[in-house]
Design a protein around this ligand. Structure first.
Ligand SMILES: C[S@@+](CC[C@H](N)C(=O)[O-])C[C@H]1O[C@@H](n2cnc3c(N)ncnc32)[C@H](O)[C@@H]1O
Length: 226
């Protein structure tokens, strides 16, 4: 395993069979969006970068980050952890690989679909973390991704998801609705995904807590593998 400051390991493009058929469009979208992603996300990232270190601070051992994107979390992992980062977009992974040079921990990458996780062995990680991936993932695929997460987490290991959801406040929801079409077009993300329900329905996962990091819109779901 390469150190984060050295060249991170990359398993390369393994072709289309790493991808669930329904995700081909999403991969194509992120291979385009990936060129501008950090620029497009700049406004939101100003607040996310305050939350990211707090979200990751208590993690230890071997961590799978699903939907790593351009690697915005990587420099916030505590030293001493070992991160395996997957994404379905080669373009997003290419940016994440560069960003991993600033990580204080070991990082390796694989081009992989979170609904298949062909590169991740059973019970091989202490944590699965994912930020803003499930709001991008269609509801019908989320049970598959959660099945894979449950498979790769060791018994007793933990899960943490950060997602954006619609607010119950009419005022905030109106503001979110103004962005909704843009967010879906550019990122494939929606605010009405039912990730919490999908986690609750997975027989191998148990929700240990939920909290909001801002208003009632940025939702953290904490869980563990039974
Ligand atoms: C909105 S971006 C979030 C990126 C990053 N996690 C962050 O916090 O900035 C969503 C990322 O999830 C990836 N993604 C979506 N569905 C995926 C799947 N089924 N498997 C792996 N990656 C996926 C996309 O390619 C994209 O890079």
């Amino acid at each position: 395993m390469a150190r984060g400051r050295e060249q991170p390991r990359y398993f390369g493009d393994v072709g289309e069979d790493h991808l669930h058929m329904s995700n081909r469009g999403l991969r194509a979208k992120y291979d385009v969006t990936g060129r501008f992603y950090d620029f497009l996300d700049y406004y939101w990232e100003r607040q996310y970068r305050v939350w990211r270190p707090k979200l990751l601070a208590d993690m230890s051992g071997r961590i799978l980050e699903a939907g790593v994107g351009t690697g915005r979390n990587l420099r916030h992992y505590p030293p001493g952890v070992e991160v395996v980062a997957i994404d379905l977009s080669p373009r997003m992974l290419a940016v994440a690989r560069r960003r991993a040079r600033n990580a204080a921990c070991d990082v390796s990458f694989a081009l992989d679909d979170a609904t298949l996780m062909r590169t991740v062995p059973d019970a091989s990680v202490d944590w699965v973390v994912s930020t803003f991936m499930c709001c991008v993932m269609p509801d019908e695929l989320q049970p598959r991704a959660l099945e894979q997460m449950a498979r790769v987490i060791r018994p007793g290991g933990r899960l943490r998801l950060l997602e954006i959801v619609y607010s119950k406040s009419a005022r905030i929801r109106r503001r979110q609705e103004r962005f909704a079409a843009f967010v879906e077009k550019v990122y494939g993300a929606r605010f009405d995904r039912e990730t919490r329900r999908h986690v609750a329905e997975n027989p191998d996962l148990e929700i240990t807590g939920t909290r909001f990091v801002k208003d009632d819109t940025y939702l953290v779901i904490d869980g563990r593998r039974r």
